[in-house]
Design a binder for this molecule. Structure first.
Ligand code: SF4
Ligand code: SF4
Length: 209
């Protein structure tokens, strides 16, 4: 049973989630296509706004299994895909002077759902999905000013809806990453960050043809 405390939140626009140097702003292929299309970016320009974050040492298969978003095989090893960071550690799209997101209306799902995360609830007997649990992320507890017991209750139905959409997109994204990693392993494609992004941009062409 979730605690009602988990549902009290109001964003103060402190910008901590956009400027924390240790937060990787994860992006799905849906996010990349949306940003690319809205900003009319070329492949090279799309690569500029993305960051491929390497592991200090390759993750074990056990660690990989526990990851909500799998890393991607690149020419330099396995990497997490997120938005690029400015030298300060802020997100590439964070306007530090005005404390604003420069792509607010098309920001990634990660930004829309922060400080929450979602978990699918499964009926242990039927193994069917029976709903979504909402909870604050560790990063949210660490620095989000909007988490406060004095804040109003959130519109839970709205967040559950967002959670469902998030899980759907993340599952689709994970399928794409797993397919990519398998193709690299089988020697069918050359592992490179550029090729991976090109594969994503080609999805747009495939869907419009
Ligand atoms: S995309 Fe916008 S909302 Fe998301 S972290 Fe970057 S600046 Fe913040
Ligand atoms: S850290 Fe929390 S309160 Fe601050 S901008 Fe992000 S979501 Fe809003």
């Amino acid at each position: 049973m979730e605690s009602p405390k988990e549902f009290r939140f109001q964003c103060t626009q402190c910008g901590n989630c956009c400027s924390d140097k240790n937060t990787i702003v994860n992006v799905t292929f849906h996010d990349i296509l949306r940003i690319k299309s809205a900003l009319d970016l070329t492949l090279d320009e799309t690569l500029v706004v993305l960051g491929f974050y390497m592991f200090e040492k390759p993750p074990t298969s056990m660690e990989l299994k526990k990851m909500v978003v799998p890393p991607i095989e690149t020419e330099n090893g396995m990497a997490f895909l997120g938005l690029f960071k400015q030298q300060s550690g802020s997100c590439y799209f964070y306007d530090e002077k005005n404390k604003k997101c420069r792509i607010y209306t098309i920001r990634p799902l990660f930004c829309r759902t922060f400080p929450y995360s979602f978990k699918i609830l499964v009926d242990p007997q039927t193994k069917q999905r029976k709903g979504i649990e909402i909870y604050f992320t560790d990063k949210g507890h660490e620095y989000c000013e909007g988490i406060n017991e004095k804040n109003p209750l959130i519109d839970r139905d709205k967040w559950v809806q967002l959670g469902k959409e998030t899980i759907k997109q993340m599952e689709e994204n994970n399928v794409l990453i797993q397919k990519w990693n398998r193709s690299v392993k089988n020697g069918e494609i050359i592992a490179s960050a550029r090729n991976f992004v090109l594969t994503i941009l080609n999805l747009e062409k495939d869907s419009s043809s």
